[in-house]
Ligand binder design. Sequence first.
Ligand code: T4K
Length: 399
Amino acid sequence: MELAALTGTPFFSVPQHVGGPIVEPELRGGFFRLMDGMLARNQFTNSGPLAVRLEEEMAARFRIAEAVAIANGTLAQLLLLKAIGLVSGEALVSANTFVATAHACEWAGLRPVFCDIDPETLDLSPADCERKMSPGVRAIIPTHVFGVMADMPALGNLARRHGVALLADAAHAFDCDLGGVPPGGFGIPEFLSFHATKFFSTFEGGMVLTGDSSLARELRELRNFGFDRPNDAGKLGLNAKLPEASAAFGLASLPFLEGRVRRLREVRETYIRELADVPGLRIHHLDRFGRNNYRYFALFVEESAFGLSRDELILALRLENILVRDYFHPGCHRQGHYRNNAPRPALVETERALSRILALPTSFVEVEPIVAARAVAGLVREAQARAEEVRRVLRRRTE
Ligand code: T4K
């Protein structure tokens, strides 16, 4: 295959993103029908029938008593923290998560304390949480990165021993599980994100899963300005309701999720087939401990064996219009807002993983997914085979 770094011509004519929304063509009809109904009813928001139906569908899907729809994942976490009174002290969180996980803690009044990861799962390390436990810690909040669920039994044990709360960021974990137990199934509340980039999307959206109906009632009041009686805001709430149009998109997607996961798994299998023997690449496992939705495909680039650094490979692929990402490099602890609060000692496993990680696209625009995945893998192989030339060209471009 010819490389754009050497020829100047990108392989893909349109950008292929990690996280471009997934919309099956057949989904549109169902969505527009639901939108027609919404327009006819003239109810656009305020817990309309579509948002309520989405909550019922999700409660059944996750086998949980309560699914509370919220405007996005960040607000779902914030309201959950407020509802259970986690509004001061510290929370142990992973540095390998989207910055929203740490931000929502701070908005609630909890100072995030960044802990290292387990190098196999890339999730919060129970051992490092144990080391960082202190009298100020009130909660442990792992993130199920790429849908690989954190070690909930070990974290649950730790939380119980130290008398702190455990909840989880399940933003990536729609239709994922740990040994058959889905988010929400460990007896603690978990929150989801339905952002446009996610496996299951409502454009923007989020949800809290809980078995506790009084917590669910509290969340429903908090997302609606704190109204606990008509025209009487008994508590400090805000506006975090899920619009009907968002719920409509989610509901219209439901019949397609089985096919979606199958296609994503085929893309993954294609990548694995084509990349498994490339020197200097190691593929991140997703389903060793449970079910995954395969929305993400991540690998680690070992520069000495691959011939290019991870960042050089990113540049080479961007020239092909393949907009790969290095999620969640550089880690929350290195984001401007948190830089002065650097963890000590350094987060060795986090730094190691995040300096090598690369996420490839799993959904594609205007190209058949398997054909596209084969092409992406072919370009990665070619970059490795011609690493020296590619490096020379990239260096010249950045001089
Ligand atoms: N916890 C975790 C673990 C999370 O991953 C997230 C969100 C949250 C909590 C918070 O949940 P929300 O409050 O967001 O519901 C994106 C998303 O903006 C963010 O929601 C998401 N995580 C994060 C992992 O990814 P970026 O800045 O990395 O990517 P973004 O939004 O630029 O999208 C990626 C690419 O996809 C774009 O370059 C272009 C393409 N794209 C994106 C959108 C939104 C499209 O083609 N169409 C689109 O509509 O943050």
